[in-house]
Write a protein that binds this ligand. Structure first.
Ligand SMILES: Nc1ncnc2c1ncn2[C@@H]1O[C@H](COP(=O)(O)OP(=O)(O)O)[C@@H](O)[C@H]1O
Ligand SMILES: [Mg+2]
Length: 352
């Protein structure tokens, strides 16, 4: 288990104020407490500059917190002697956006690099085992420059797993990859989590990544954790404004605001029409609910945009629709949706 308590990490900004030796202090991580259970795939999501990288580097003390406690499996990392810390660190693997492979060494040599106290034979066996685990055995003798981004990240993962860590920290590990390669690396991480019982901490600014592989997550903003819990809860019922913005910007449904601003013909209403966003939380698929209400209340319901997706194995999303019909009937349809636990937000109303 990873337990962070009241972690504070400040940096001196390079920019000095008028007074020569007085520097601005940046609160990169500002009193963060967090628990990550063994075997979890835990996401930490936030916009750039939120403090995610600094926080994750505090877990293996690549960044030493100014104050607070970092416990791994009950052991306080902050008070370990250098030798003990070195040993503890071998049990925490890390991968990065830019892969950080050594360009003048082959794939084999990169993966062998962290292996110590082993015979040549043992090293060869272990490297081959690792390369097979990440499905890149055929590139053993290639140099990093001969690999694609996805292949490089596979090598980096193999290297990070060399010493059999129990924790893998991933700092924007898929942010430099195209969507398809991202999906395959995320699948690999999922498999490793299952196969090895590896605890994985995923730092990202991409909602997709968290949706795809995490069951639990924390949202970080300005050095603080502003929301934490089940990924499904965070997505379906975001509480903090920053989280709401995050969910919104990644949803198709937010495009409607652009369409309205541009006065697109798609979103112009005829008299009596009403445009609303229907947001499904723990609800069934959109289609039957729309066609049913249309029939039951004798109104037209046109779908302008739909965005329903699977998050942590459950359905989240919604549609933007235009209701057309007698106002009283529209109101009954809206009530019907609300009774079904569907959030109805009126976007635009051309009046009764
Ligand atoms: N070594 C450093 N020196 C000075 N400021 C830093 C350093 N590392 C990070 N920061 C600052 O700390 C804040 C958080 O950075 P970071 O942890 O990299 O955020 P994120 O990973 O969420 O983008 C930023 O304002 C960044 O400029
Ligand atoms: Mg970062």
């Amino acid at each position: 288990m990873i337990e962070l308590e009241h972690i504070i990490k400040n940096f001196q900004s390079a920019r000095t104020t008028d007074k020569k030796d007085k520097k601005d202090s940046i609160h990169a991580v500002n009193d963060v407490s967090l628990k990550i259970n063994d075997g979890d795939i835990f996401g930490i999501i936030g916009f750039s500059g939120a403090g995610k990288s600094t926080l994750v580097r505090c877990i293996n003390l690549l960044e030493r917190p100014d104050s607070g406690s970092v416990k791994i499996d009950g052991v306080e990392m902050m008070t370990l002697k250098p030798k003990e810390l070195y040993k503890a660190r071998t049990k925490i693997g890390m991968i990065f956006q830019q892969f950080n492979l050594m360009p003048s060494r082959t794939v084999f040599q990169n993966v062998a690099y962290p292996l110590r106290d082993m015979t040549k034979e043992q090293v060869r066996a272990r490297v081959r085992e690792l390369l097979s685990l990440v499905e890149i055995s055929d590139k053993e003798n290639a140099y990093p420059s001969e690999l694609s981004g996805g292949q490089k990240q596979r090598v980096a993962i193999a290297r990070a797993l060399a010493n059999d860590p129990t924790i893998l920290l991933c700092d924007e590990a898929t942010s430099a990859l195209d969507p398809q390669t991202t999906a395959s690396i995320l699948q690999l991480l999922k498999d490793l989590n299952k196969k090895l019982g590896l605890t994985i901490v995923v730092i990202t600014h991409e909602m997709e990544v968290v949706k795809n592989i995490c069951l639990k997550a924390a949202v970080m903003d300005a050095g603080k954790i502003i929301e934490t819990g089940d990924v499904f809860e965070i997505f379906s019922n975001p509480k903090h404004t920053v989280t709401k913005n995050f969910v919104r910007t990644t949803s198709n449904l937010s495009k409607i605001e652009t369409l309205i601003r541009d006065d697109s013909p798609m979103v112009r209403l005829k008299p009596g029409e009403l445009m609303a966003r229907l947001v499904y939380i723990h609800a069934d698929v959109s289609e039957p609910l729309i066609s049913y209400a249309s029939r039951a209340f004798d109104i037209e319901i046109n779908i302008i945009l739909a965005d329903v997706e699977i998050v942590a194995g459950a359905m989240v999303g919604g549609t933007v629709v235009i209701f057309n019909g007698e106002r009283e009937k529209i109101n009954r349809a809206i009530q019907y949706y609300r009774d079904k636990d569907i959030r109805v937000e009126v976007i635009k109303d051309a009046g009764a």
